[in-house]
Design a protein around this ligand. Structure first.
Ligand SMILES: [Zn+2]
Length: 283
């Protein structure tokens, strides 16, 4: 049995059996870790409350046969309390946690940059100084940059020509110049590109000076861009095979803990079979 410590953010929790939970953490040094917290659903649990979603905690774990086991928890930042009491902050934090979870397909692989982005975004939501939807969109843009999917904003996605350009196409990677423009592109207002760029680069003075209509358009583009890339990732073979391999192992631990995982697996397999049925070229 080997012990280790790390600092992490709670991304999600699943019930396990009568009294336990599986906690998904995004940690500073070990990347995504799924670990068992024993007895946390009993009201007498010492650390159950510290392992709620969005908690920033220092944990001690020991390496288990299938999942690691959490033996100690200390709160680093109590982000959860101010976040869960406010609907807008809560929905933004939930989207941040889900995106971080989906962007880390491999457990145990260090993803320091993403961890820092999650902690920064949750801290901003907890403090409540910034607009929650701007915090969310900034996080989504930067986490997509981390994944290598940042949209081209100030240059053409195809040829690199400096813009700003009028056309924007998610499948093509973002802004497109007049020569590279493809059918089906949208034409966002110039202010939309300005706000996208400000959020990607952390220019909060510019971001907070934007008007509601522009923020709405930016949120729509960011969500569509993320959705498109996540669906592409879901179709990738290694990811699907890993999920399929993992499901039976988790199954033996407790029935109510696995519904989310099973859903992802079958959805991914569904996508694959649809693809092969249509002989997709795999864009
Ligand atoms: Zn071009």
């Amino acid at each position: 049995m080997s012990l280790y410590r790390d600092t992490g953010v709670v991304l999600r929790v699943h019930k396990l059996g009568e009294a336990d939970r599986i906690i998904t953490l995004l940690t500073r040094r070990h990347g995504k870790v799924r670990a068992v917290a024993k007895g946390v659903r009993r009201t007498t649990s010492r650390f159950g409350a510290r392992l709620e979603p969005f908690g920033h905690v220092d944990v001690q774990l020991y390496t288990g046969r299938t999942l690691d086991v959490i033996t100690q928890v200390e709160t680093v930042d109590a982000f959860a309390l101010p976040i869960v009491g406010d609907y807008q902050r809560y929905t933004a934090a939930s989207a941040i946690a889900e995106t971080a979870d989906r962007l880390t397909a491999e457990e145990g692989e260090p993803v320091l940059k993403l961890y820092l982005l999650v902690v920064g975004a949750l801290r901003a939501l907890a403090e409540g100084q910034r607009d929650a939807s701007l915090v969310l969109d900034a996080f989504l843009l930067r986490s997509m940059a981390f994944a290598g999917w940042a949209p081209a904003i100030t240059e053409c996605a195809r040829c690199g020509r400096r813009g700003p350009h009028a056309a924007f196409n998610i499948q093509a990677g973002g802004s497109l110049c007049a020569q590279c423009r493809v059918p089906g592109s949208v034409h966002p207002a110039p202010e939309v590109l300005v706000l996208l760029d400000a959020l990607l680069h952390g220019d909060w003075d510019t971001a907070e000076g934007s008007v509601q209509g522009v923020r709405r358009d930016v949120s729509g583009l960011v969500a569509a861009h993320l959705q498109w890339h996540l669906e592409r990732q879901l179709r990738s073979l290694p990811f699907v095979e890993r999920r399929a391999r993992e499901a039976p192992i988790v199954d033996t631990l407790g029935s109510d803990s696995v519904s989310g995982e099973t859903e992802v697996t079958s959805a991914a397999q569904g996508t694959r079979s649809r693809e092969s049925a249509h002989g997709a070229t795999g864009a």
